[in-house]
Write a protein that binds this ligand. Structure first.
Ligand code: BGC
Length: 396
């Protein structure tokens, strides 16, 4: 992934689907006239730039949005799957690396990829046998993971072209963002109801990447959205994440059967290989964990009650070598820890080998529609779905 070039601000774009290279600049930028007479600025504050990122097989143009702040952090997002394709962060020596797995071009995302960086929906994670009952009616969903439904089915939200536009520019230049929208039709992958989903990514000058989700349905349905970013804080492609140190604010996890469907038990982690209540290298006991026939973590943790979930971390990961630290704050009740067990190193996985990244997917519990005792994932027409998840980055 190439570095973001210096920003030249050509025009202010607030239009939906505006395809020319476009940016929004905070008012604090100092504008000067270019040879062509357009305003160009030495950017200060958090900023956004956009550029073409190829076309889908159907010929739909895809745009890449580049968010950048003055601390050397950049986030790149495409409107195919509302996907974060790279996050560049300085380490303690100010050396910049991309810390998320992704593909260099759109082609990789168009194939059967491992959900790199995308928004997964309509229901992230698994639903047993793709079946559930809602208000007395049975529904059958697409089966795409052994006997189960996973990540929204054969065509996930991650395979959709979302409409996108920069958010209103912040006059003080403290944040910049991009808003993405996708309408999932009634009956898509077997789900009832037309669901309109909006996801807003916002980068701040405090090195926070915030994701705000909102979804509304015209009929009762089920929903579970998540961001499927694969993290390697040392840098994507630098090898396994065994030495990266993880803390999860979770005293319990959900044990699963051989097809990764929760058994219904909420099991204490204390003293087991599942225990991340105190910081521990991801690889310390990974070999003792069965992640559905392969070694590694692929489990949902039950987050401890937090009085202010956007101030008390749900998870913290640190790479001792680079000093990079990621803290996650979320309104969701669960977090799926996936240690990249299924990555193969093949081109469709971007060449990334098993364990070369970890996912921390903030979400509701898997198979909730079949588990009345789990927090509800029912979306009623009169009550929108909302979620906020914040990623805070620092160095030590
Ligand atoms: C799932 C894994 C799956 C991966 C990629 C994760 O969210 O829990 O089982 O292999 O996504 O599809």
């Amino acid at each position: 992934m190439r570095a973001v070039r210096p920003f030249v601000f050509i025009c202010v774009a607030a239009c939906l689907g505006c395809e020319q290279e476009s940016v929004t600049a905070p008012k604090s930028s100092t504008a000067k006239k270019t040879a062509k007479g357009a305003d160009a600025s030495e950017a200060t504050g958090v900023r956004i730039q956009s550029e073409p990122f190829g076309e889908t097989k159907e010929g739909l143009p895809i745009t890449r949005y580049l968010l950048a702040n003055d601390r050397g952090m950049t986030v790149s997002i495409i409107n195919y799957g509302a996907t974060v394709t790279s996050i560049e962060l300085p380490d303690r020596e100010k050396k910049v690396a991309n810390v998320v797995l992704g593909f260099p071009t759109l082609d990789g995302y168009l194939g059967k990829d491992p959900y790199f960086g995308c928004i997964v929906g309509r229901y992230a994670n698994r639903i047993a046998k793709g079946k559930f009952t809602l208000n007395g009616k049975s529904y059958t969903l697409a089966i795409n993971d052994g006997p189960n439904h996973m990540h929204g089915g054969l065509k996930s939200f991650s395979d959709a072209v979302w409409s996108a536009r920069p958010t209103e520019p912040d006059p003080e230049g403290k944040t910049a963002g991009v808003e993405l929208m996708y309408e999932s039709r009634d009956g898509e992958e077997g789900y009832p109801g037309t669901v309109k989903t909006t996801v807003v990514y916002t980068l701040s000058d405090a090195n926070e990447l915030r994701i705000d989700y909102r979804a509304v349905s015209d009929k009762p349905t089920i929903i579970n959205l998540t961001s499927h970013i694969y993290w390697n804080l040392k840098g994507a492609g630098t090898g396994p994440v065994f030495n990266e140190v993880l803390m999860l604010n979770a005293d319990k996890f959900l044990p699963v059967d051989g097809t990764l469907i929760p058994t219904g038990e909420l099991k204490p982690v204390k003293g087991t290989p599942m225990d991340f209540t105190s910081p521990k290298p991801i690889g310390a006991r990974l070999n003792e964990v069965d992640g559905g026939g392969v070694k590694g973590y692929d489990h949902c943790y039950v987050l401890n009650p937090r009085t202010d979930p956007l101030k008390q971390a749900a998870a913290r990961a640190e790479d001792p070598e680079s000093g990079r630290i990621l803290e996650i704050f979320t309104t969701e009740p669960g977090i799926q820890l996936y240690s990249g067990n299924q990555l193969t190193g093949k081109p469709e996985d971007g060449g990334f080998k098993p364990y070369s990244a970890f996912c921390l997917e903030c979400q509701h519990f898997p198979d909730s529609p079949n588990r009345p005792e789990f927090p509800s994932t029912v979306l009623e027409p009169n009550k929108p779905y909302t979620q906020t998840t914040i990623h805070h980055f620092s160095v030590k």
